[in-house]
Design a protein around this ligand. Structure first.
Ligand code: ADP
Ligand code: MG
Length: 591
């Protein structure tokens, strides 16, 4: 597999093509900048667009990639601007020192704001960011002895670099554009990186992300930090551009404008953000000839674009030119999908002892114990509502146990968070599929391959493992497709491939055949038998007795949260209590 082939993969950075487009788009902006009468008014507009676009790229990272709605980018723009303004004017620091302080201070501020995401999500987190925005505005306005209050700061100098004077209008604009290019390329690279994929996984499904081994809280915090730091960088450059700043330039209204820019251009892509920013900065200028009607027309235009282009202007363009041809891969080397284990040894991979989970008065799981031997398939069966899924949720760490102990390969994991359990080799699928819907099939499985604790080094093994896992479930041909384009049955396979790509110690499957038609069920049974043949340790929940009898070495039966039988399939399935509770009527009484 050549480098260029991997680089052209959809989603694995979207590689060189995107970079090229980015470079061209930015060159176009630069060309306009230099063709425009390089002075006064036009220059100001260009500088505003360039510095805003840097801050808007931050929104792409926190909202577009990580799915966290922050409504305070103008606050970070303001903090950055004031770092440079006060640093240079009040403390006579060199411009670039002020700019570095701006990036560091806002980055740290963003991380602290991200801490709020530990307890809060969605609307509540958005409210916190609004609160933060208002506090920053109040401080900038009222802490007069430090910020100079509503009068603002004037006389902000532009920099010199190694003796070069960068204070001329076009020279300073060029400096801003260089930063903008660097930020855009950084954001593009981030999207295809491991961290970027983790962010997108968190955006699409936090629970699945956690059980893929991603530290959700840390990922969000980093996204907030990077986003805020870009706000600070944009703000610092903004201060140099206009030599005068005041608090009213960084209010909540501005935050909404910045957000609109991102949404308008396309919040999933830094190129979209760039387009959106340029549009929203330039549009009012184009519409000035409308005089009084201009605000109304401007508003209507923005609404129209948002309504008819939900993925923004860039979403439309990139959809048009998206390649639908399957990426070509060389022959896939079957990788050791399974961790290096010795089948047949009888040590328990998973030991559960007296596990309980109560929801108020409801004892969903009530003192269940079981031992899963290495290399065996252990089935968990029982009527609907008997606590099977709840049991898996407690074992994988999504719920905390009310009582009991869980040991994985001898280590007590009862109190570990889900991603820590996954790091130790516990991987799972869900009864109701949880995949990363904004990503391609391949990207979904790559996230599984990137399981911490799975010894991958560098992007190539990740990709190869993912391809090998897809090949194992027979979906290589669909690697490039958005995962939502696949049938329900195939989405289940993607989920299994995602778990397999991480070479799990133990695989937990919650009703893998649920919702499948007859042929699909038969295929699933074959897949399970192949997995069993590889010696993978599996816990499987299913209702299909034929399937269970074919694949299971050991069966535990739950009823009303309690284990009522445990042992070899033949013995367990003929146990009278099991027949009564689960099968409803005695099986084959005559025999
Ligand atoms: P199964 O997977 O065996 O069909 P579940 O584990 O999904 O059963 O559910 C067992 C019981 O626990 C059910 O009565 C269900 O309503 C209850 N339950 C499951 N999850 C929760 C929850 N998050 N909060 C309250 N009750 C729950
Ligand atoms: Mg269930």
């Amino acid at each position: 597999m050549t480098k260029s082939k991997t680089a052209a993969l959809p989603g694995t950075g979207q590689g060189s093509r995107n970079l090229l487009i980015a470079a061209l788009a930015i060159l176009a902006v630069a060309a306009i900048a230099f063709l425009a009468p390089a002075q006064g008014y036009y220059l100001n507009i260009m500088m505003q667009a360039a510095t805003y676009a840097i801050a808007v790229a931050g929104i792409v990272i926190v909202l577009g990639y990580c799915g966290q709605l922050a409504l305070c980018q103008a606050a970070f723009l303001g903090i950055g601007a004031y770092c440079v303004a006060l640093g240079t004017v009040s403390y006579q620091l060199p411009f670039f020192v002020g700019l570095a302080i701006a990036v560091v201070v806002t980055g740290i501020g963003g991380i602290f704001l991200g801490f709020a995401s530990l307890r809060l999500g969605g609307h509540y987190l958005a409210m916190v960011t609004i609160g933060f925005q208002q506090i920053v505005t109040l401080v900038l306005t009222n802490w007069i002895s430090f910020t100079r209050g509503p009068d603002g700061v004037s006389g902000i100098p532009r920099p010199t670099l190694f003796g070069f004077d960068l204070s001329g209008g076009s020279t300073y604009l060029a400096l801003c554009l260089i930063f903008l290019i660097a930020v855009t390329l950084f954001a593009l690279e981030l999207k295809g990186s491991r961290l970027g994929r983790a962010m997108q996984a968190v955006r699409d499904n936090e629970i699945a992300a956690a059980t893929c081994g991603i530290n959700v809280f840390r990922t969000k915090t980093v996204a907030f930090g990077i986003s805020a730091a870009l706000g600070g960088l944009g703000g610092g450059l903004f201060a140099g551009a206009f030599s005068y700043i005041s608090p009213d330039q960084f209010t909540f209204n501005e935050s909404i404008v910045l957000l609109t820019m991102a949404l308008l251009g396309g919040v999933q892509s830094p190129i979209g953000a760039l387009l959106g920013t340029v549009l929203l900065v330039v549009l009012p200028e184009w519409l000035r000839f409308l005089r009084q009607a201009y605000l109304a027309v401007y508003g209507a235009a923005v609404i129209a674009i948002m309504v008819f282009l939900p993925r923004g202007v860039w979403g439309l363009i990139s959809e048009r030119f998206a390649s639908r041809t399957p990426a070509e891969f060389g022959p896939v080397t079957p990788l050791p999908l399974l961790s290096q284990q010795v089948p047949g040894t009888s040590d328990a991979v998973l030991e559960v002892d007296g596990l309980a989970k109560h929801f108020g008065g409801l004892k969903a799981v009530d003192g269940v114990s079981l031992k899963v031997r290495r290399g065996s398939v252990h089935a968990l069966i029982g009527p609907n509502g008997s606590g099977k899924t709840t049991f898996l949720n407690v074992v994988s760490g999504l719920y905390t146990a009310t009582a009991g102990r869980i040991r994985l390969a001898g280590d007590d994991i009862t109190n570990l968070p889900p991603h820590e359990r996954t790091r130790r080799g516990l991987c799972r699928t869900y009864q109701n599929i949880r995949i990363f819907r904004g990503l391609t099939v391949l990207e979904n499985v790559m996230i599984g391959a990137e399981r911490p604790g799975n010894d991958v080094s560098g992007p190539r093994p990740t990709l190869e493992r993912a391809l090998a896992a897809l090949d194992f479930v027979g979906l290589s041909k669909t690697a490039h497709l958005p995962v939502g384009d696949l049938s329900y049955g195939h989405q289940r396979y993607v989920e299994i491939a995602r778990a397999l790509a991480g070479s799990p110690e133990i695989l937990l499957l919650d009703e893998p055949a649920a919702g499948l038609n007859l042929t699909e069920k038969q295929d699933m049974a074959k897949l399970l038998q192949r997995l069993r043949g590889h010696g993978l340790t599996i816990v499987i929940i299913d209702h299909d007795m034929k399937l269970i009898e074919r694949v299971a070495d050991q069966i535990t039966v739950l009823n009303f949260g309690r284990g009522i039988a445990d042992g070899e399939p033949k013995t367990v399935l003929s146990h009278p209590e099991v027949i009564a509770a689960y099968l409803g009527e005695p099986r084959n009484e005559a025999a």
